[in-house]
Design a protein. Sequence first.
Length: 136
Amino acid sequence: MAVVYPSIFVLMAIEGATAGPTAGWLLLGGFTIFVLAKALKLWAIAALGPRWSYRVLVLPAAPLVTNGPYRRMRHPNYLAVFGEIVGFAMMVNAPWAGTGSLLLFGVLVRRRIAIEEHALEMARGSGLHASSTPRE
């Protein structure tokens, strides 16, 4: 993911550079979506605090984070990334690269969520995870 994430934005920028200017309403709509997605991402990272990492880590005896956006959703950071992709694709006029990026990132996120959920279950089962709050 650490390589794919920046690469998809480069790919969209290349398509956008060859496609020509973006219509004003697409530019404004894309910018709005992108900024809102970035705000959600920063909120999610702030809620995780020092626990945030690109790697899947479960800290021993650490309670499950349930504040910030995690109070309402399980994976706000990934939702934010999808918003970033949509918003950026709209801003730079990259419908093909944007769609491909969404599909590719969707596959990667699905795998990543499965790994994260498995790590949390293993930690909970071994007693390393302080929270017994079930994930819905």
